[in-house]
Design a protein around this ligand. Structure first.
Ligand code: ADP
Ligand code: MG
Length: 329
């Protein structure tokens, strides 16, 4: 794997507070990598250090193999898009997109060609002469993206770029950014706190908690094998129980099956239905179950088809072995 950017034992402190705590990270070239984690875990701080807006307290940042720890942002050839698009309101869409090229003294004819090519890429060529305030939120977002891409950056850094869009547009833009990344083969680092966004968009996902990287891998590697309870909870695993030997286990709600009343000795877990919520095609059933260690745990089963279990009824819950995931103690 070629790394477009590498962080080696990078720490960022603000006074006595450690926002980023000795992280090692290799960002693969030509791929989309997400930094995923809850608010305050250090994602933006990490991105700002990669961009050069703040220097790490300690550690090394390499871009294309060269030590860039103290290189100023304008010498790093990076494109950035933030949550707020910060378009220049008095400039047309085309001038916004061409701004970085103008700064780099790209001749006017070439600039125009690059601007139009980039606007084609984001589907906005027909709006080249508009002012940003005449555009929808989604269109402004594309202009910001086009402005960042027009300079053909070595890295494209996106900090929660979709969080100001409404839910439907946000989902559309995920696919759109994915397509643009694939067409341009840009190296993209995208910061998000939304696990669905990360799972859908990432080649590589880097999960952070309290300034540290807790797991890294492709969605197909990470999702079925969360490294610990924090990652499991963050990715939507709701059920935590303990094996007879004390190993913590997790299982997804859609992998639990409810049979009833009691299937028999040793086969499944006995429990009581606490609550049933109808959700259109499926049912969410809360259960109080005796787990293999003998503890009573609240489990959530996502059930499709079959009659709805009655609250208060005794049932047997099947947690298939191949879906039970062991977690570290
Ligand atoms: N300039 C700063 N001074 C002091 N604390 C900061 C500064 N920037 C960020 N922090 C703190 O560092 C932590 C991580 O922040 P940030 O990287 O913005 O988190 P995220 O982007 O994951 O939500 C937060 O607790 C935040 O309050
Ligand atoms: Mg942030």
């Amino acid at each position: 794997m070629t790394a477009a950017a590498e962080l080696i034992d990078v720490t960022q402190r603000f006074g006595s507070f450690t926002a980023v705590d000795g992280i090692d990270l290799a960002v693969p070239s030509g791929k989309l990598t997400t930094l995923l984690g809850p608010s305050g875990c250090g994602k933006t701080t990490t991105l700002r250090m990669i961009a050069g807006y703040s220097a790490p307290t300690s550690g090394t940042i390499r871009i294309d193999g060269a030590d860039s720890t103290r290189t100023p942002p304008e010498k790093r050839n990076l494109g950035m898009v933030f949550q707020s698009y910060a378009l220049f309101p008095h400039m047309s869409v085309a001038d916004n997109v061409g701004y970085g090229l103008k700064l780099r003294k790209v001749p006017a004819a070439e600039r125009r060609a690059r601007v139009m090519e980039t606007l084609e890429l984001v589907g906005l060529a027909h709006l080249a002469d508009r002012k940003p305030k005449k555009l929808s939120g989604g269109q402004q977002q594309r202009v910001a993206l086009a402005r960042a891409i027009a300079i053909k950056p070595r890295l494209l850094l996106l900090d929660e770029p979709l969080s100001n869009l409404d839910a439907r547009l946000r989902v559309q833009m995920r696919a759109e950014i994915r397509r643009i990344q694939a067409e341009t083969e840009l190296t993209v680092i995208l910061v998000t706190h939304d696990q669905d966004e990360a799972l859908e968009m990432s080649d590589e996902m880097v999960i952070m908690n309290e300034g540290r990287i807790v797991q890294q891998g492709s969605p197909a590697q990470v999702f079925p094998r969360p490294a610990d309870r924090f990652v499991a909870e963050f990715l939507g695993y709701e059920n935590f129980l303990t094996a007879a030997d004390g190993t913590p286990l997790t299982i997804r709600p859609e992998h639990l099956r409810i049979t009833g009343p009691i299937a028999g000795q040793g086969d499944g877990l006995e429990g009581t239905v606490a609550d049933v919520a109808f959700r259109g095609v499926d049912l969410l059933v809360s259960l109080d179950v005796t787990d293999p260690s003998g503890a009573t745990v609240r489990l959530l089963a996502d059930v499709r088809g079959g009659p709805a279990p009655q609250p208060g009824s005794r049932v047997t819950v099947i947690a298939p072995d191949d879906h039970l995931i062991p977690l570290p103690r």
